[in-house]
Design a protein around this ligand. Structure first.
Ligand code: URA
Length: 234
């Protein structure tokens, strides 16, 4: 693949802008400066650098962000900055989208991709990818509330009761709740319907992919093949 096209595919601007980047001496490939925008490379796993920052060629961009509270999952946020401000420019230019949404005050594992098929697979209710939330409640969570959450609670505007796949106690006011769906404010509404109230909410896993302990709030990381496999593993 010609360097100009490669850079363009990875979100570094228009073909013309990418040509100019190379000609200005701002690009190196596999450790060597490359000023020729038409130089040809096998893109698979190719490492290149733009202005000294190293990237690896990826046909599709799929990543995780440790979302901090105070950010909205929208390109046009209303009251808070957008989660997209936490991603580097080339990823935004590639058009990565959030896989589902977290509320502004929710923290934790948020996925992004520019892979339409993957986005569909992970967000479609048909595929029921489980999501695990750590919920801190306002009041102690009792056995009756946990039974209601796993047995099913009726939410307004839902045709049938919604039940958590699992509900495990962590401490008096903290539970781990696994949901198959991703409906609007689902955790908060289910916990309220069970007679309690969510005080803080963190998503700790999607499918078999857990939020890594060493990924600080506000930081992002690429998903590698093994992460993608974990995502869809039951
Ligand atoms: N359920 C909620 O209520 N909020 C979230 O952010 C995610 C799930």
């Amino acid at each position: 693949m010609q360097l100009e096209r490669l850079l363009h595919s990875q979100g570094f601007g228009t073909r013309k802008a990418c040509r100019a980047l190379a000609r200005a001496g701002r690009v190196s490939v596999a450790g060597e400066p490359c000023g020729d925008p038409f130089a040809d490379f096998a893109p698979e796993n190719l490492e290149f650098a733009v202005d000294g920052e190293t990237w690896r060629y990826r046909e599709k961009a799929t990543l995780m962000l440790h979302k901090p509270p105070g950010y909205e999952c929208s390109h046009k946020p209303l009251h808070h900055p957008s989660v997209f401000t936490l991603l580097p420019e080339p990823l935004k230019a590639r058009g990565v989208q959030c896989v589902g949404r977290l509320d502004e005050d929710t923290r934790g594992l948020l996925l992004f991709t520019d892979d339409g098929q993957l986005l569909h697979r992970l967000s479609s209710p048909k595929h029921k990818v489980p999501k695990v939330y750590q919920v801190t409640a306002k009041h102690p969570v009792d056995a009756a509330q946990m039974a209601a959450l796993t047995g099913g609670v009726q939410l307004r505007d839902e045709p049938a009761p919604l039940a958590a796949l699992a509900c495990e106690p962590v401490s008096e006011r903290v539970i781990r709740l696994t949901l198959a769906e991703g409906k609007y404010h689902q955790v908060k509404r289910m916990v309220a319907a069970a007679g309690n109230r969510v005080e803080s909410l963190q998503r700790i896993a999607v499918g078999g992919l857990a939020l890594p302990e060493d990924l600080a709030e506000g930081e992002w990381r690429w998903l590698e093949e093994e992460d993608l496999a974990r995502l869809t593993a039951k």
